[in-house]
Write a protein that binds this ligand. Structure first.
Ligand code: PGA
Length: 225
């Protein structure tokens, strides 16, 4: 299983150093990908690294941006792109996300493309169209990537879809992108992992809140072993 740890905008320097020490003690068969804040990336050694975002531009006059080339120089192997929090708060569009994807692939960084529908889109039954639209940016991309299905209404809410709902979406994703690994993200935790792990289609998890608690994370990983 692939387990990507999305620290989001959390863990100051000392907190992060202690956190990494705790993470390193965990014994697991899963592949852990740690996605810290940009400022913590340089502090990581001995754990597979991902970033939470990347610039859509190359190096240059783009104040505040971090390019894929610079991430690569810090040994970043994966990058989350299109997280719903960025689509929502930074108004990132599918076009922006495609540009980012291309920069990552050019720099040998595997994108973890987040897709997911809102509660309203789920309720009015337009979610499949939304997901297909989000996946359409992969139409002319040859490289295998990782896709994370994260229903927006599940992120940080404690509410997860039913297994039937997840299976329906995973089948849709895998019919469009048969070679890509697909993760589930959104309130995955120790209370629901026994139910989630009944779904064979799930290749791994993208964890937000749980990523910040190494003891609880260890329990989660033990259940996956
Ligand atoms: P959560 O976040 O696990 O806290 O719901 C997942 C994510 O946003 O990647």
């Amino acid at each position: 299983m692939i387990v990507a740890l999305n620290n989001k905008s959390n863990l100051s320097k000392e907190e992060f150093i202690n956190y990494v020490e705790e993470l390193k003690k965990i014994n697991t068969n899963s592949t852990l990908i740690l996605c810290p804040t940009f400022i913590n990336i340089g502090l990581v050694d001995g754990i597979l690294l991902g970033s939470q975002n990347v610039s859509k531009f190359d190096d240059g006059a783009y104040t505040g941006e971090i390019s894929a080339k610079d991430l690569k120089s810090y040994n970043v192997k994966y990058s989350i792109v299109g997280h719903s929090e960025r689509r929502n708060y930074q108004k990132e569009t599918n076009e922006d996300i495609k540009l980012k994807l291309i920069k990552l692939i050019e720099n040998d960084i595997t994108p973890i493309l987040c897709i997911g529908e809102s509660k309203e889109e789920r309720d009015n039954n337009t979610y499949k169209e939304v997901l297909k639209e989000e996946l359409s940016i992969l139409d002319d991309i040859e490289k295998d990537i990782i896709i994370a299905y994260e229903p927006i209404w599940s992120i940080g809410t404690g509410i997860i879809p039913t297994n039937e709902e997840i299976i329906e979406v995973f089948n849709l994703i895998k019919s469009i992108c048969p070679n890509d690994k697909v993760l589930y993200g959104g309130s995955a935790n120790n209370d629901n992992i026994d139910t989630l792990k009944q779904i064979d289609l799930i290749d791994g998890y993208l964890l937000g809140g749980l990523s910040l608690k190494p003891d609880k994370l260890e329990e989660f990983l033990n259940k996956l072993n």
